[in-house]
Design a protein around this ligand. Structure first.
Ligand SMILES: Cc1cc2nc3c(=O)[nH]c(=O)nc-3n(C[C@H](O)[C@H](O)[C@H](O)COP(=O)(O)OP(=O)(O)OC[C@H]3O[C@@H](n4cnc5c(N)ncnc54)[C@H](O)[C@@H]3O)c2cc1C
Length: 533
């Protein structure tokens, strides 16, 4: 197994840019979220010469702002979305098997209250179908007494018990990075900070793209045999102007609370008293996530989405409903994030409630170009296969889903001084780059940043070899320190600077400018809304 990230950094990017136009790429993929990553990974594995272009940073869009569940989606069964559920539970199992440490099983508990819906029988019926699709039984009922041990602090009045089932959680931004690393190992060229401004067409067929370098402002024209557009909520922007508009952007927001403030050992899911929508509270990276909302996102898509005052109030009310004694308020919130889901919805007056819109994906095709819209993090692999089958048809190439692993297996080689759990976590997140990370651990030490599980050595690794262009790439996506530590990790800025500034080759002025940019961005996208109810 070869390491791939020796020099994947800004200097490499500078060398690479002037060479891009010399090549006629088999495939150009637009969008560096999980969809684009999955497509480029599967294409590179088959020997296609491919290039991925991301306008901002990898996972900058929804793929770092999801609910982080690798799941079948119980509610999709209730809505009769069988294909989505079946594909999702299969992919969940595949990811659990292939990427332990990055995708981990998580117990979900749904409490039952006297007279409440769904009762234990109905839920057990749904979960039996869920289990049958997954090929294994994972659910069981616990009485109220057991539930008190499983979820201390849960509202007790009228509690009759709860049903437990198993799904999985991940770090979505790291999942994207791991998939991209695999694509690079198979020869794909993967670049951020490059925005596609125009799709080029010749004789009615897509033949390339015009690109703007966000760092220098330079423009480039690149040629390809086929183009895959995986731009998520932005998918309609690059379509021909006369194509019908079908995307309905829906926003979902989350709160992150310090783990000690609302300690949960497993995920709790329940229906919000205000609108009967399922919401959840779960442990993630030592903190507690509360999510999510589901409403029309009418703001400018060029600004990242952020939580509104009403959403904050809704999510805090969910906490109070389930854990009244915790008495949580906005001052307890560590950070927030919001993602935009591009659901393919009905137009105009036919629009229903956001939660009723299907989460299935669709493909739009025109000669030389396939666009993927909608979908889920969990099902990135089958979605990518579908896109590539359509691309292969356009190229007259054969294409089979050989169901080969997405990730190369990581050789078990313990790193001295690290616990087996730490090794598992690093192996899951860094895969084939583990030996390089081990060298950095020997150099930098085994300390973690604050009370998080993130090693200082991971920051060093990201700076040296994970294409960090800006400070927010490092603190919000390569690591999640900006979400997990108070005020975006402000308390650690001095130590981060000592370790990272030389590795990023940034001047003092550049460092100050990055800090300023990061503070503004963090406050806007991850702080509390300005007007709280
Ligand atoms: C609130 C919420 C919670 C969710 N929770 C889950 C969950 O728990 N489990 C699950 O399986 N799924 C979940 N999903 C769905 C899942 O997150 C998305 O389906 C997935 O992340 C979409 O990935 P993507 O790559 O298609 O889009 P994105 O991640 O948005 O990536 C698109 C990328 O394209 C780039 N781009 C756009 N235009 C251009 C251009 N012109 N040039 C270059 N680049 C461009 C953007 O910068 C962006 O990085 C959730 C979605 C939301 C909104």
């Amino acid at each position: 197994m070869t390491a791939v990230n020796e020099n994947w950094n800004a200097a490499w990017r500078e060398q690479m840019l002037p060479t891009l136009a010399d090549e006629r790429w088999d495939l150009i993929v637009i969008g560096g979220g999980i969809s684009g990553a999955g497509i480029v990974r599967e294409a590179a594995r088959r020997g296609w010469r491919c290039l991925l272009l991301e306008q901002r940073d990898f996972a900058w869009g929804t793929s770092s702002r999801s609910s982080k569940m690798v799941h079948g989606g119980l509610r999709y069964i209730a809505k009769g979305q069988w294909r989505l559920t079946r594909d999702s539970v299969r992919e969940r199992q595949r990811l659990l098997d292939e990427a332990p440490g990055l995708v981990e099983p998580m117990s979900f508990l749904m409490p039952h209250y006297r007279g409440g819906f769904p009762g234990p029988r109905v839920l057990s019926g749904l979960l039996s179908i869920y289990d049958a699709l997954a090929g294994r039984r994972s659910h069981r009922f616990h009485d109220a007494q057991q539930l008190r041990f499983l979820t201390p602090g849960l509202k007790e009045h009228d509690l009759v018990g709860g049903t437990r089932f198993v799904d999985a959680l991940t770090d979505d931004a790291r999942l994207v990075m791991r998939v991209l690393h695999e694509a690079r190992a198979d020869g794909a060229v993967v670049l951020n900070g490059l925005r596609v401004t125009q799709v080029l067409r010749e004789d009615g067929r897509v033949c390339g793209v015009e690109v703007e370098d966000g760092e220098s402002g330079n423009a480039l024209q690149l040629r390809c045999a086929v183009l895959a557009v995986a731009t998520g909520a932005w998918a309609e922007r690059l379509r021909p102007s006369d194509s019908p508009r079908q995307l309905r952007p829906l926003r979902g927001s989350h709160l992150l609370l310090p783990g000690w403030r609302l300690p949960v050992a497993q995920a709790l899911t329940f229906l919000h008293a205000r609108d009967r929508r399922p919401v959840f509270v779960f442990p993630w990276e030592g903190a507690t996530v509360v999510g999510t909302t589901d409403l029309d996102h009418r703001e400018d898509l060029d600004q990242s989405a952020s939580i509104s005052g009403e959403e904050l109030d809704y999510l805090l009310a969910a906490c109070t409903q389930a854990f009244p004694a915790a008495e949580l308020t906005a001052t307890d919130v560590l950070s927030t994030w919001a993602g935009v889901r591009p659901v393919v919805g009905a137009a105009g007056e036919h629009q229903g409630k956001p939660s009723n819109e299907t989460r299935e994906h669709v493909l739009w095709q025109e000669p030389g170009c396939v666009t993927l819209a909608g979908g889920k993090l969990t099902t990135f692999r089958p979605q990518a296969i579908e896109v590539l089958k359509a691309c292969a048809d356009m190229l007259g190439r054969a294409f089979e889903d050989d169901a080969a692993p997405v990730f190369a297996a990581v050789q078990p080689s313990p790193i001295p001084g690290l616990s087996p759990q730490q090794w598992r976590r690093l192996a899951g997140r860094h895969g084939r780059d583990l030996p390089r990370l081990a060298q950095l651990i020997a150099e930098v030490g085994q300390e973690t940043v604050g009370a998080t599980d993130t090693l200082w050595a991971e920051l060093a690794f990201a700076c040296e070899a994970e294409m960090v262009l800006h400070l927010d790439d490092l603190l919000l996506r390569r690591t999640r320190l900006g979400l997990l530590l108070a005020r975006g990790s402000e308390e650690h800025f001095a130590a981060i600077r000592t370790l990272c500034q030389p590795r990023l080759a940034w001047s003092d002025e550049r460092w100050q400018a990055e800090i300023q940019r990061y503070r503004l961005l963090w406050q806007r996208d991850h702080g509390l809304p300005e007007v709280t109810p």
